[in-house]
Design a protein around this ligand. Structure first.
Ligand SMILES: O=C1O[C@H](COP(=O)(O)O)[C@@H](O)[C@H](O)[C@H]1O
Length: 279
């Protein structure tokens, strides 16, 4: 895994995306904040708004530097429209809620307008909440607050931020799950997540792959090194794509960037405690 940088170079960088690897999660967080701030500037200049979809996991901790100077002052927060790439079917004040994670750790610290925060309904069944969320996004696509992909007719978010799970899952798309093959919906639901809680709502791959920018963040657990080494191996043709959802992220008309903290390595010069998210 410590050879990741060279693996990416020797592979096909266009389809696998750009790999940014860092010595530790603090350096990753610094670079991630600058990357998000730059994309926000570009989108606000181009379209007058910035549409960003968050997920859970380590991501929110790693976005922390955006709440500090200079970004707290320089980012045009009032132009942000915030969505979730996935949510767990729990109430908004539950410890497992991706909304709560983002609200407590990020959104309560920056002046994003409340009316621009599109959380997922926690009072409906997962099926209804997924349908309702897709409907909301459709309305925003109609008025072009959310851009549209010329290729797929899907929403084209300015940025989708995803943490890669230990098993290679992204959003709530898990290895081998039929939701990975859903091409009909923008948002779907599952009731059998292998990682609790079982019920979840998630963007589908067509939506993720229609974004202008997708960032895949890998930090926090050394077991993630396994998934990464497979994805960046030149010799992974035999691997069933469905077994490693992160590998299925290939924006059709957008940019993919991997943010990897070397701290997840199991090698001696990059080892970490392996206990969950970095502080
Ligand atoms: O369950 C989830 O897991 C992934 C990855 O989380 P991590 O704790 O392994 O970093 C997360 O991105 C997703 O949004 C979430 O619902």
């Amino acid at each position: 895994i410590n050879n990741l940088r060279s693996m990416a170079v020797s592979g096909d960088p266009k389809s696998r995306g750009e790999l940014r690897s860092f010595d530790n999660s603090d350096e990753l967080a610094t670079n991630l904040a600058e990357y998000i701030a730059q994309l926000s500037d570009i989108s606000v200049k181009d379209r007058g708004v910035f549409t960003i979809a968050l997920s859970g996991g380590c991501l929110i901790n790693l976005m922390g530097k955006l709440c500090e100077a200079p970004y707290s002052k320089t980012v045009d927060w009032t132009k942000w429209y915030v969505f979730w790439a996935d949510e767990r079917a729990v109430s908004k004040n539950h410890v497992d809620s991706n909304y709560k994670l983002a609200k407590d750790g990020f959104l309560s610290k920056v002046p994003v307008l409340n009316s621009h925060i599109y959380s997922i309904n926690d009072n409906a069944t997962t099926e209804d909440a997924a349908e309702e969320y897709e409907f909301t996004i459709r309305q925003l696509v109609k008025v072009r607050t959310v851009d549209v992909s010329a290729i797929s007719d899907c929403p084209k978010f300015d940025l989708i931020l995803l943490c890669v799970g230990e098993d290679g899952h992204i959003a709530s798309l898990f290895p081998g799950h039929p939701a990975l093959e859903d091409k009909d919906n923008w948002v779907t639901f599952i009731t059998d997540s292998p990682v609790p809680p079982p019920e979840r709502i998630t963007f589908t791959l067509p939506v993720i792959n229609s974004a202008s920018n997708v960032a895949l963040v890998v930090a926090g657990e050394e077991n993630k090194a396994n998934a990464l080494s497979i994805i960046f191996s030149d010799d992974n043709d035999d691997i069933d794509a469905l077994s490693l959802p992160a590998q299925m992220v290939r924006p059709t008309d957008g940019e993919l960037v991997w943010f990897v903290a070397k701290g997840i390595s199991s090698e001696p010069d990059g080892s970490n405690s392996g206990h969950g998210c970095p502080p």
